[in-house]
Design a binder for this molecule. Structure first.
Ligand code: PEP
Length: 238
């Protein structure tokens, strides 16, 4: 069970350090849950420092470039993430795909480089509302999942785009159905993302093929992030 917070473009180093210090003991209170925070790149080192040496909380980047270095203004490479203290990264978040021109091919390149360099990867997939309404959910997921490398350090996050930051959540049945489909294509853990909150986390995480959560908005407050991690621990124990 993985519960990963995606801070998006929130929390600079100062706030990141304070948040990290507040959640450093969370893994001991949420047995069976791998707790992850995906921070802005400039905040990785501060988050790692706030967690201290013996916290089980992992710090990830939110994206990674496929080259190790070079003339790629604004990008960050896997060795740089590692040097800053990250142990993993997101790739293919729908905001990257929709707002910054990320394609299945660039997602593949980013995931491969991260894995080659020893990082863990959460690769995001998911259909838009129009694609779901057009009955294209499975075709879209098939295309997005097909390019992802099979690797023990890669997990997938199913994030229906219509549920991200909208307050709309997939029903537990819709999530379960999509997760089972994704797993039939790529046998790995599949996290659910899309308006996961303390009050719906328990039901979603209880689904047999929901192996964790990728949490945006509700990961920005210590209390709501903790509540979701504790719901994950309950699902593990059940
Ligand atoms: C996300 O950022 O991946 C996400 C799922 O956001 P939210 O939980 O705010 O919908």
């Amino acid at each position: 069970m993985i519960v990963a917070g995606n801070w998006k473009m929130f929390k600079g180093p100062h706030e990141a350090r304070a948040f990290a210090a507040a959640v450093r003991n969370l893994p001991s209170r949420a047995p069976g849950v791998e707790v992850v925070v995906c921070t802005p790149a400039v905040s990785i080192t501060a988050a790692v420092q706030g967690l201290g040496a013996d916290s089980g909380v992992r710090v990830y980047g939110q994206n990674v470039h496929w080259e190790l270095e070079g003339a790629y203004t604004g990008e960050i490479s896997a060795p740089m993430l590692l040097e800053a203290g990250a142990t993993g990264t997101l790739v293919g978040h729908s905001e990257r795909r929709q707002l910054f021109g990320e394609t299945d091919e660039t997602v593949r390149l980013r995931a491969e480089s991260a894995l080659e360099q020893g990082l863990r990867v959460i690769a995001c997939v998911g259909e838009t509302e129009a694609e779901r309404e057009a009955g294209r959910t499975e075709a879209v997921l098939e295309g997005q999942v097909a390019v992802l490398p099979r690797h023990e350090r890669l997990v997938i996050a199913y994030e229906p785009v219509w549920a991200i930051g909208t307050g709309k959540t997939a029903t537990a049945e819709t999530a379960q159905e999509a997760h089972a489909f994704v797993k039939s294509l790529h046998p790995t853990a599949v996290l659910y993302g899309g308006s996961v909150k303390p009050d719906n986390a328990g039901t979603l995480l209880a689904q047999p093929d929901v192996d964790g959560a990728l949490v945006g908005g509700a990961s920005l407050e210590v209390t709501s992030f903790e509540a979701i991690c504790l719901a994950g621990a309950q699902a593990v124990a059940a």
